[in-house]
Design a binder for this molecule. Structure first.
Ligand code: SF4
Length: 370
């Protein structure tokens, strides 16, 4: 009897599915593999490089210092940025260095003071009946020094560091479920979760706006120093914006940034405690849904279907939530072009807008190769 292929999912799979099931189809089921938007691939890879450098700063067995971690990361970034214009390349290299140096100054001392590192970017898995496996990969598992409890920590590179953004994590049952599964794997319950935000700014008029990339300068009178501000002064006549790379340098700027402003670039949620009842509900529901997707995937991959039959399967199991196509704050769904323009949906790779999705979890790579 043929064995059923292992079906692997992560929180990202569930998130996509909950926002719009068709988005989940494009991202992980299309042609048995899934596609991602070219731009998204850059943002993810940028985030991965930042996380790797940050991991190096906290790794008890790490051998590289801050300057080496920055230099290695910038080297990797150069490859990612190939083909982009000069300003974009300079801005992202500046942002990368400022995030890593800022994290080293604003966050690392606090973490080392309060916690011991248990593990960094280790992948944990949990199996459900029927060959369905969920994978969880926290950025950090920490042990709090004063009471010995375990804390599940994730980094989130974000354009939004509002109070509302921080509060939204308090109801992330997906996050809590990940913490519970890690606790089960370690044989010791996890007390709660922490989200470490990393503010990456936003693009306005073609420039990346964040005090980690640009400062404001007002030339001083003869014999006086120039005035420097991280943010545009209220009365800004005589001031101009200047990239950190132009004169001051990232290292010097991060070292002299006011503490409060620097901390604002690295906001952290209060402790998020686990709601065990809701976690059980989420695990039950997600396992059931993933078992359904597992069966539909086998059907889509193997059965000879007419186009009409295939559409019927997609409409039933991966309906399109059109309300999610274009958010009120201006961001389009990554699969907008694939859904809205039939010729792109018919050949997403050929359109040049999409590429086969990279697997960021070892477990998913193995499951797909089995
Ligand atoms: S474009 Fe709209 S319907 Fe299509 S995947 Fe995105 S949100 Fe869903």
């Amino acid at each position: 009897m043929a064995t059923q292929p292992l079906h692997y999912y992560t929180r990202s799979h569930r998130y996509r599915d909950e926002v719009c099931p068709r988005s989940r189809f494009w991202w992980s089921c299309w042609e048995g593999r899934g596609i991602e938007r070219e731009g998204e691939a850059f943002e993810l890879s940028f985030g991965t490089l930042v996380h790797e450098a940050m991991a190096g700063l906290l790794d008890p067995e790490g051998t590289q210092g801050l300057d080496d971690l920055v230099a290695n990361g910038v080297e990797g970034l150069e490859i990612l940025l190939a083909g982009k214009d000069d300003l974009t390349r300079t801005e992202f290299k500046t942002l990368f260095e400022a995030l890593v140096r800022g994290y080293a100054r604003a966050v690392v001392p606090r973490v080392k003071d309060q916690f011991d590192v248990v593990c960094i970017e280790r992948e944990f898995t949990h199996d459900f009946p029927g060959g369905v496996r969920v994978g969880v990969k926290p950025d950090l598992i920490l042990r709090r020094k004063f009471d010995g409890t375990l804390w599940y920590t994730e980094y989130k590179t974000t354009k939004n560091v509002s109070k509302e953004w921080l509060e939204s994590w308090s109801t992330s049952v997906q996050l809590m479920a990940g913490a519970k599964l890690v606790g089960e794997a370690l044989g010791e319950p996890v007390e709660g979760c922490l989200i470490q935000g990393l503010y990456k700014g936003y693009v306005y008029k073609g420039e990346l706006r964040t005090p980690l990339v640009y400062l404001w300068r007002k030339p001083g009178l003869p014999g006086e120093d120039d005035l420097l501000e991280a943010e545009r002064p209220q009365k800004w006549a005589g001031w101009h914006r200047e990239g950190l790379w132009e004169r001051v340098g990232v290292k010097a700027w991060v070292e002299q940034m006011p503490e409060e402003l620097l901390q604002a670039q690295f906001p952290q949620t209060p402790p998020i405690f686990l709601n065990h009842e809701l976690i059980e509900a989420w695990l039950r529901q997600s396992a059931k849904r993933e078992q359904d997707i597992q069966h539909v995937q086998i059907l889509l991959d193997g059965a000879k279907m007419t186009e009409e039959e295939r559409q019927g399967v997609l409409d039933t199991y991966f309906p399109q939530y059109f309300s999610q196509c274009h958010s009120a704050w201006g961001r389009k769904c990554d699969f907008y072009d694939a859904c809205w323009f039939a010729h792109i949906g018919d050949d997403p790779l050929g359109s040049g807008l999409y590429r086969l999705r990279e697997f960021h979890h070892e477990g998913e790579r193995c499951a797909k190769e089995e």
